[in-house]
Design a protein around this ligand. Structure first.
Ligand code: ADP
Length: 260
Protein backbone atom coordinates (compact mmCIF):
# COMPACT_ATOMS: atom_id res chain seq x y z
CA UNK A 1 0.00 0.00 0.00
CA UNK A 2 2.78 2.40 0.83
CA UNK A 3 4.38 1.87 -2.57
CA UNK A 4 1.07 2.64 -4.25
CA UNK A 5 0.69 5.72 -2.13
CA UNK A 6 4.15 7.01 -2.99
CA UNK A 7 3.64 6.80 -6.77
CA UNK A 8 3.16 10.12 -8.57
CA UNK A 9 -0.35 9.46 -9.80
CA UNK A 10 -1.53 10.68 -13.11
CA UNK A 11 -4.35 8.17 -13.34
CA UNK A 12 -8.02 8.54 -12.54
CA UNK A 13 -8.60 10.48 -9.36
CA UNK A 14 -11.22 8.00 -8.12
CA UNK A 15 -8.64 5.21 -8.05
CA UNK A 16 -6.21 7.26 -5.99
CA UNK A 17 -8.94 7.95 -3.47
CA UNK A 18 -9.88 4.31 -3.38
CA UNK A 19 -6.29 3.27 -2.56
CA UNK A 20 -5.96 6.06 -0.04
CA UNK A 21 -9.10 5.00 1.79
CA UNK A 22 -7.90 1.42 2.10
CA UNK A 23 -4.55 2.50 3.48
CA UNK A 24 -6.28 4.71 6.02
CA UNK A 25 -8.56 1.90 7.10
CA UNK A 26 -5.55 -0.41 7.46
CA UNK A 27 -3.76 2.13 9.63
CA UNK A 28 -6.88 2.79 11.65
CA UNK A 29 -7.36 -0.92 12.28
CA UNK A 30 -3.74 -1.27 13.37
CA UNK A 31 -4.08 1.70 15.72
CA UNK A 32 -7.29 0.29 17.18
CA UNK A 33 -5.56 -3.07 17.71
CA UNK A 34 -2.61 -1.39 19.44
CA UNK A 35 -5.01 0.57 21.64
CA UNK A 36 -6.92 -2.62 22.54
CA UNK A 37 -3.67 -4.50 23.23
CA UNK A 38 -2.48 -1.69 25.49
CA UNK A 39 -5.80 -1.58 27.36
CA UNK A 40 -5.72 -5.35 27.77
CA UNK A 41 -2.16 -5.46 29.11
CA UNK A 42 -2.58 -2.40 31.35
CA UNK A 43 -5.82 -3.60 32.93
CA UNK A 44 -4.43 -7.10 33.40
CA UNK A 45 -1.33 -5.69 35.15
CA UNK A 46 -3.49 -3.46 37.35
CA UNK A 47 -5.64 -6.36 38.44
CA UNK A 48 -2.93 -8.22 40.43
CA UNK A 49 -1.89 -5.43 42.84
CA UNK A 50 -5.50 -4.34 43.35
CA UNK A 51 -6.53 -7.90 44.26
CA UNK A 52 -3.67 -8.01 46.74
CA UNK A 53 -4.61 -4.62 48.29
CA UNK A 54 -8.17 -5.88 48.72
CA UNK A 55 -7.02 -9.02 50.52
CA UNK A 56 -4.81 -7.01 52.92
CA UNK A 57 -7.58 -4.45 53.54
CA UNK A 58 -9.98 -7.22 54.50
CA UNK A 59 -7.52 -8.87 56.88
CA UNK A 60 -6.63 -5.50 58.42
CA UNK A 61 -10.32 -4.57 58.80
CA UNK A 62 -11.07 -7.83 60.59
CA UNK A 63 -8.01 -7.39 62.89
CA UNK A 64 -9.01 -3.84 63.83
CA UNK A 65 -12.61 -4.87 64.52
CA UNK A 66 -11.36 -7.71 66.77
CA UNK A 67 -9.14 -5.27 68.65
CA UNK A 68 -12.07 -2.88 69.16
CA UNK A 69 -10.51 -0.18 66.93
CA UNK A 70 -13.82 0.65 65.31
CA UNK A 71 -12.87 4.05 63.87
CA UNK A 72 -9.81 2.61 62.14
CA UNK A 73 -11.83 -0.40 60.98
CA UNK A 74 -14.37 1.99 59.44
CA UNK A 75 -11.59 3.73 57.49
CA UNK A 76 -10.31 0.42 56.19
CA UNK A 77 -13.87 -0.45 55.16
CA UNK A 78 -14.00 2.74 53.09
CA UNK A 79 -10.66 1.82 51.53
CA UNK A 80 -12.15 -1.55 50.67
CA UNK A 81 -15.17 0.11 49.01
CA UNK A 82 -12.85 2.24 46.85
CA UNK A 83 -10.82 -0.84 45.94
CA UNK A 84 -14.10 -2.45 44.82
CA UNK A 85 -14.74 0.51 42.54
CA UNK A 86 -11.26 0.15 41.10
CA UNK A 87 -11.82 -3.59 40.60
CA UNK A 88 -15.04 -2.87 38.71
CA UNK A 89 -13.35 -0.28 36.49
CA UNK A 90 -10.53 -2.69 35.66
CA UNK A 91 -13.11 -5.43 35.01
CA UNK A 92 -14.89 -3.13 32.55
CA UNK A 93 -11.65 -2.34 30.72
CA UNK A 94 -10.85 -6.05 30.49
CA UNK A 95 -14.35 -6.80 29.19
CA UNK A 96 -14.05 -4.13 26.52
CA UNK A 97 -10.77 -5.53 25.24
CA UNK A 98 -12.32 -9.02 25.21
CA UNK A 99 -15.38 -7.77 23.30
CA UNK A 100 -13.30 -5.82 20.79
CA UNK A 101 -11.00 -8.75 20.09
CA UNK A 102 -13.86 -11.29 19.98
CA UNK A 103 -12.60 -13.13 23.08
CA UNK A 104 -15.59 -12.61 25.37
CA UNK A 105 -16.63 -16.08 26.48
CA UNK A 106 -19.97 -17.28 27.73
CA UNK A 107 -20.60 -20.02 30.23
CA UNK A 108 -24.15 -21.02 29.40
CA UNK A 109 -26.73 -22.97 31.35
CA UNK A 110 -30.49 -23.04 31.94
CA UNK A 111 -31.72 -20.80 34.73
CA UNK A 112 -34.90 -19.11 35.90
CA UNK A 113 -34.80 -15.53 34.67
CA UNK A 114 -36.91 -14.02 37.49
CA UNK A 115 -34.81 -15.74 40.15
CA UNK A 116 -31.63 -14.19 38.78
CA UNK A 117 -33.22 -10.73 38.58
CA UNK A 118 -34.47 -11.13 42.16
CA UNK A 119 -31.02 -12.23 43.48
CA UNK A 120 -29.36 -9.26 41.79
CA UNK A 121 -31.97 -6.81 43.10
CA UNK A 122 -31.57 -8.14 46.64
CA UNK A 123 -27.75 -7.92 46.46
CA UNK A 124 -27.93 -4.32 45.25
CA UNK A 125 -30.58 -3.25 47.75
CA UNK A 126 -27.89 -3.87 50.41
CA UNK A 127 -25.60 -1.33 48.76
CA UNK A 128 -28.03 1.59 48.97
CA UNK A 129 -30.01 3.04 51.83
CA UNK A 130 -31.46 5.97 49.94
CA UNK A 131 -32.95 4.14 46.97
CA UNK A 132 -35.76 1.68 47.15
CA UNK A 133 -35.71 -1.07 44.53
CA UNK A 134 -39.34 -1.96 43.88
CA UNK A 135 -40.01 -5.36 42.35
CA UNK A 136 -42.79 -5.78 39.84
CA UNK A 137 -42.30 -9.29 38.51
CA UNK A 138 -44.45 -11.53 36.39
CA UNK A 139 -43.60 -15.02 35.10
CA UNK A 140 -40.90 -15.11 32.43
CA UNK A 141 -39.64 -18.71 32.30
CA UNK A 142 -36.15 -20.16 31.90
CA UNK A 143 -33.47 -18.92 29.61
CA UNK A 144 -30.28 -20.52 28.30
CA UNK A 145 -27.56 -18.01 28.84
CA UNK A 146 -24.57 -16.99 30.98
CA UNK A 147 -26.10 -16.29 34.40
CA UNK A 148 -23.17 -14.23 35.70
CA UNK A 149 -23.07 -12.08 32.59
CA UNK A 150 -26.85 -11.49 32.71
CA UNK A 151 -26.54 -10.59 36.37
CA UNK A 152 -23.69 -8.21 35.44
CA UNK A 153 -25.99 -6.44 32.94
CA UNK A 154 -28.86 -6.10 35.45
CA UNK A 155 -26.35 -4.82 38.04
CA UNK A 156 -25.12 -2.24 35.56
CA UNK A 157 -28.64 -0.98 34.76
CA UNK A 158 -29.59 -0.73 38.44
CA UNK A 159 -26.33 0.96 39.52
CA UNK A 160 -26.81 3.47 36.69
CA UNK A 161 -30.42 4.04 37.81
CA UNK A 162 -29.12 4.73 41.33
CA UNK A 163 -26.25 6.93 40.12
CA UNK A 164 -28.32 9.04 37.75
CA UNK A 165 -31.22 9.66 40.13
CA UNK A 166 -29.57 11.53 43.00
CA UNK A 167 -32.74 13.40 44.00
CA UNK A 168 -35.36 10.66 43.79
CA UNK A 169 -35.47 7.39 45.67
CA UNK A 170 -37.73 5.08 43.69
CA UNK A 171 -36.43 2.54 41.16
CA UNK A 172 -38.78 0.01 39.63
CA UNK A 173 -37.44 -3.30 38.37
CA UNK A 174 -40.05 -5.19 36.36
CA UNK A 175 -40.05 -8.43 34.43
CA UNK A 176 -42.54 -9.81 31.93
CA UNK A 177 -42.89 -12.39 29.21
CA UNK A 178 -43.84 -11.26 25.73
CA UNK A 179 -44.20 -13.92 23.06
CA UNK A 180 -40.89 -15.78 23.13
CA UNK A 181 -38.97 -13.23 25.12
CA UNK A 182 -38.15 -12.63 28.76
CA UNK A 183 -37.97 -8.89 29.37
CA UNK A 184 -36.57 -6.91 32.27
CA UNK A 185 -36.84 -3.13 32.68
CA UNK A 186 -35.19 -0.81 35.17
CA UNK A 187 -37.02 2.49 35.58
CA UNK A 188 -35.68 5.51 37.41
CA UNK A 189 -37.03 9.03 37.91
CA UNK A 190 -33.68 10.76 37.65
CA UNK A 191 -31.95 13.14 35.26
CA UNK A 192 -33.02 11.34 32.06
CA UNK A 193 -31.28 11.47 28.68
CA UNK A 194 -31.75 14.07 25.93
CA UNK A 195 -33.68 12.66 22.94
CA UNK A 196 -30.77 13.04 20.49
CA UNK A 197 -28.33 11.23 22.84
CA UNK A 198 -30.42 8.15 23.54
CA UNK A 199 -28.82 5.90 20.94
CA UNK A 200 -25.31 7.15 21.66
CA UNK A 201 -25.24 5.93 25.27
CA UNK A 202 -24.63 2.36 24.06
CA UNK A 203 -21.37 3.35 22.36
CA UNK A 204 -18.04 2.72 24.06
CA UNK A 205 -16.62 5.61 26.13
CA UNK A 206 -19.69 7.73 25.37
CA UNK A 207 -21.01 9.85 28.25
CA UNK A 208 -23.73 12.48 27.96
CA UNK A 209 -21.98 15.78 28.49
CA UNK A 210 -23.49 18.83 30.13
CA UNK A 211 -23.16 20.71 33.37
CA UNK A 212 -25.15 18.27 35.42
CA UNK A 213 -23.47 15.11 34.13
CA UNK A 214 -19.96 16.21 35.10
CA UNK A 215 -20.58 15.30 38.70
CA UNK A 216 -21.20 11.61 37.97
CA UNK A 217 -18.13 9.39 37.89
CA UNK A 218 -17.65 6.75 35.20
CA UNK A 219 -15.84 5.67 32.05
CA UNK A 220 -18.80 5.31 29.71
CA UNK A 221 -18.29 1.57 29.26
CA UNK A 222 -21.09 -0.11 31.24
CA UNK A 223 -23.86 0.24 28.67
CA UNK A 224 -21.55 -0.68 25.79
CA UNK A 225 -20.50 -3.88 27.57
CA UNK A 226 -24.10 -4.63 28.61
CA UNK A 227 -25.56 -4.16 25.15
CA UNK A 228 -22.78 -6.26 23.58
CA UNK A 229 -23.42 -9.08 26.07
CA UNK A 230 -27.15 -9.01 25.34
CA UNK A 231 -26.57 -8.84 21.59
CA UNK A 232 -24.21 -11.81 21.71
CA UNK A 233 -26.76 -13.76 23.75
CA UNK A 234 -29.31 -13.29 20.98
CA UNK A 235 -31.25 -10.49 22.67
CA UNK A 236 -31.74 -6.73 22.36
CA UNK A 237 -31.50 -3.71 24.62
CA UNK A 238 -33.20 -0.33 24.43
CA UNK A 239 -33.98 2.79 26.41
CA UNK A 240 -36.95 5.14 26.81
CA UNK A 241 -36.13 8.39 28.48
CA UNK A 242 -37.33 11.93 29.02
CA UNK A 243 -34.75 14.49 30.05
CA UNK A 244 -35.39 15.66 33.58
CA UNK A 245 -38.04 12.99 34.19
CA UNK A 246 -36.19 9.67 34.15
CA UNK A 247 -35.16 6.67 32.09
CA UNK A 248 -36.28 3.11 31.52
CA UNK A 249 -33.62 0.69 30.31
CA UNK A 250 -34.85 -2.72 29.14
CA UNK A 251 -33.47 -5.84 27.56
CA UNK A 252 -35.11 -8.92 26.10
CA UNK A 253 -33.72 -12.43 25.77
CA UNK A 254 -35.21 -15.37 23.92
CA UNK A 255 -37.03 -17.98 26.03
CA UNK A 256 -37.07 -21.58 24.90
CA UNK A 257 -40.67 -22.84 24.88
CA UNK A 258 -39.65 -26.41 25.68
CA UNK A 259 -37.87 -25.42 28.88
CA UNK A 260 -40.34 -23.00 30.38
P1 ADP B 1 -20.94 5.58 32.84
O1 ADP B 1 -22.15 5.55 33.73
O2 ADP B 1 -19.72 4.99 33.45
O3 ADP B 1 -20.70 6.92 32.25
P2 ADP B 1 -22.46 3.90 30.96
O4 ADP B 1 -22.00 3.24 29.71
O5 ADP B 1 -23.12 3.03 31.97
O6 ADP B 1 -21.21 4.64 31.56
O7 ADP B 1 -23.48 5.04 30.55
C1 ADP B 1 -23.16 5.92 29.48
C2 ADP B 1 -23.85 7.26 29.69
O8 ADP B 1 -25.26 7.11 29.55
C3 ADP B 1 -23.65 7.87 31.07
O9 ADP B 1 -22.45 8.61 31.15
C4 ADP B 1 -24.87 8.76 31.21
O10 ADP B 1 -24.65 10.00 30.56
C5 ADP B 1 -25.94 7.98 30.44
N1 ADP B 1 -26.80 7.14 31.32
C6 ADP B 1 -26.69 5.83 31.57
N2 ADP B 1 -27.67 5.40 32.38
C7 ADP B 1 -28.43 6.47 32.67
C8 ADP B 1 -29.61 6.68 33.45
N3 ADP B 1 -30.19 5.69 34.13
N4 ADP B 1 -30.11 7.95 33.51
C9 ADP B 1 -29.54 8.95 32.84
N5 ADP B 1 -28.42 8.84 32.07
C10 ADP B 1 -27.88 7.61 31.98
Amino acid sequence: WHLVRALPFTIDDKIIKWFGTNTDIDEQKQLQRQKDDFLGIASHELKTPVTSIKAYAQVLGAMLTREGEHKKAEMVLRMDAQVNRLTNLIGDLLDVTKINSGRLQFNKSWFDFNETVLETVQDLQHTTQKHQLIQNFSQTGSIYSDKDRISQVITNLITNAIKYSPHTDKIIVSTRRENNEAIVCVQDFGIGIPEDKKDLVFEQFYRVSGNKQHTFPGLGLGLYISSEIIKREGGRMWVNSVEGKGSTFCFALPVDETNS
